[in-house]
Design a protein around this ligand. Sequence first.
Ligand code: CP
Ligand code: NVA
Length: 307
Amino acid sequence: MSRHFLRDDDLTPDEQAEVLDLADELKANPLGSDVLKGKSIAVLFEKNSTRTRLSFEVGIHQLGGQPIVVDGRMMQLGREETIEDTSRVLSRYVDAVVWRTFAQARIDAMASASRGPVINALTDEFHPCQVLADLQTIRERHGKLAGLTMTYLGDGANNMAHSLLVGGATAGMHVRIGAPEGFRPVEWVLEAARKRAAETGGSIELHTTPQSSVEGADVLVTDAWTSMGQENDGKDRVSPFRPYQVNTELLAATGKSDTSVLHCLPAHRGLEITDEVIDGPASAVFDEAENRLHAQKALLAWLVRRS
Ligand code: CP
Ligand code: NVA
């Protein structure tokens, strides 16, 4: 049975640490492994992408493999071929599938019929590859993960909030969500995160005031207020979030001088984050984008060795 990476708790705390260690090794020595030699990986997108597409394509190439990038909107999936039939066929050609899609149930279906590993390159519910890169970045800046306080500000119900909850708890972090009423994380994700936190010594907190959520935080993370696919969901996705903007004042409200700021990008400058913060000394945003490459290479190498 292949291992998959569909959500952040598909790796145990020890396995997550192993992948992050490997990511650091591959960052120090980018061409130090040809673990994908002779292997082909399908990288499929049903939503837009800059970083995920490029970092997987380059990373697979650097590991000696062949990336096959396909716009999923051009596949027969869009013309009612089932996900399971698509997966059975892909399994006969490629050694792993990386997929960016909509509902988590879609990637669960892909994995259920796949012979090789399936990797979540973002769904509506989770963005676990991003959070591996985020954890690598935080560890570089702060020298550890367990025991640090990380506050996510913005839409607490989106894929980044969910993955930071579950992935951060897996790393033993104290994860806080600062989100307006009506944008809380979904309950089953909170339960999964609390379960992990209970194993690792981490914790989960929900705040509805931005100031209380950032007090004492080592890391602030934000993301788009409108995620892909939510453009016409009828909700006001600007005014409720304005007090949660990551700006100089909110950064100062941490009361710490070494707080790092992360954003998975693309950023909407002037909405969820100001120019001053994203371009300032606290920002780890562009290291974070670089680390997508290293973290995903590590994940691929780790999964393919186990399949
Ligand atoms: N952060 C992220 O996943 O970026 P892309 O949408 O550009 O892939
Ligand atoms: N939450 C954002 C992340 C983009 C990388 C979205 O889903 O659009």
